[in-house]
Design a protein around this ligand. Structure first.
Ligand code: CTP
Length: 411
């Protein structure tokens, strides 16, 4: 066994001459938070938009430029920098794309791009007319044929001269970092690539009046773990979450909701073109029949709340299942296996993960979970106590098995 830990992966960040260069420090910070080491090249044009000092501070290291390239030094800097495990070009301009597509070595960035071995991700940022020009598109296409990848440009506000919005805005730093870190994983680990996964997480809040609500102690940790695991395995993820104290994970769409009705709307919308829906949300079964717009003052004696049932979102998805894999969670305190199998059949879910809210250290708020996978036919697998991330991994493995079985059955 080798006890020496592998060094953290090395990412080369090339900063191009575009307004979006100002986002490069945030990308560097996110990459480092994600566990990567970073090296930076700033083109001459990039330095018109961002200072070397801002980049060096975010990278906690020196910035390579055309000036450092021509300094007397023992190494060929473009070859040393090209040894990175992955390269990302942030704020890629039309000119840098052209230099790379034509194989120029006229500056440090272009010369390094001729020598890189690892995957390359381009994150273009330019005016829409420039991006759409056949010359730019042909250059991008040429790079794609060599295996280079592209992230964006996105639709949104760009530039500073009130050019309005349109295609051309660079992707957000957290998405760039997530996409770059994903390139570092071997293809075998990206077994959910091409799938859209929707995950619901956390509690719902059913307001009785503006200051009081019915809710539950769901922490959202299980759902977040499923969403992050799916993202890391290459899926496109939408996470719909109730109020939790976790920060939004990077590299996925996050939708915040409060009530069960809002959760229903967000999940059904996201599920339309989804391949997999995992309902970990602890949905309140009831809401106030009549929510008061004014705070209710206390009265003497007992009060009675009039509650009305919330729609069952998982069951609704099950009614129009299509080719989607549906996964539910269930909490039971007694007769768990029978009740969970019945629930899976009633809601038309492919399987349900049954857990026990009363067990120490698992379920609500804990970092571990002890669940039993229950299928509609009653067959089940009891998993030992595991981290929520490991539960997420096994859950998604089962999703793959269900999809493979369905594909087999369909011919
Ligand atoms: N669920 C849902 N919509 C609801 C209630 C629950 O989509 N209104 C989902 C949950 O996210 C979970 C699964 O259904 O994945 C099982 O939830 P649970 O509350 O245990 O099911 P119920 O049918 O409400 O069962 P019980 O009668 O035990 O409360």
């Amino acid at each position: 066994m080798n006890d020496v830990p592998a060094p953290a992966p090395l990412v080369l960040v090339i900063v191009g001459g575009s307004m979006a260069a100002v986002k490069a420090p945030a990308v560097l910070r996110r990459l480092r938070e994600g566990g990567a080491r970073v090296r930076v090249i700033a083109t001459q044009a990039a330095l018109a938009f961002i200072t070397e000092l801002s980049l060096a501070t975010a990278a906690e290291g020196e910035v390579a430029t055309d000036n450092t390239w021509f300094m007397a030094r023992p190494d060929a800097q473009h070859l040393t920098l090209a040894k990175a495990d992955a390269t990302v070009v942030v704020g890629a301009s039309a000119d840098l794309l052209a230099r790379a597509a034509l194989g120029h070595a006229s500056d440090l960035a272009a010369a390094t791009l001729l020598s890189v071995r690892g995957p390359v991700l381009w994150v273009p940022a330019m005016n829409e007319r420039m991006w759409r020009h056949p010359a730019v598109q042909a250059n991008a296409e040429r790079l794609r044929t060599w295996g280079h990848r592209f992230l964006g440009p996105e639709v949104g506000a760009f530039g500073t001269r009130g050019e309005g919005s349109g295609l051309g805005r660079m992707a957000e730093p957290e998405d760039i970092a997530a996409a770059t870190l994903a390139l570092l994983r071997p293809p075998a680990a990206r077994d959910l690539e091409g799938l859209k996964v929707v995950v619901s997480a956390g509690p719902t809040r059913e307001y009785l009046d503006p200051v009081r609500f019915i809710s539950n102690p769901s922490s959202g940790k299980m759902g977040f773990a499923v969403a992050e695991e799916a993202r890391d395995r290459g899926a496109q993820v939408t996470l719909v979450t109730g109020p939790v104290s976790l920060s939004d994970p990077v590299g996925m769409q996050v939708v915040h909701i409060e009530s069960a009705l809002e959760l229903r709307e967000a999940v059904l919308e996201a599920a339309r073109d989804a391949d997999v829906v995992v309902m970990t949300a602890a949905v309140a079964d009831y809401r106030a029949a009549q929510r008061s717009d004014e705070k209710q003052a206390k009265v003497a004696g007992d009060v009675t709340l009039h509650l009305t049932p919330n729609p069952d979102i998982l069951a609704e998805l099950g009614e129009h299942k299509g080719g989607r894999v549906l996964v539910g969670f269930a909490m039971e305190t007694h007769a768990g296996l029978e009740r969970a199998a019945l629930k899976a059949r009633r809601k038309n879910a492919d399987f349900i993960l049954l857990n026990y809210p009363t067990r120490e250290g698992t379920a609500f708020g804990g970092d571990d979970n002890e669940v039993t996978l229950v299928r509609p036919d009653g067959t089940h697998d009891a998993w030992p106590r595991l981290s929520k991330r490991e539960v997420a991994r096994r859950l998604l493995d089962e999703v793959r098995r269900v999809r493979a079985a369905a594909a087999g059955a369909g011919g």
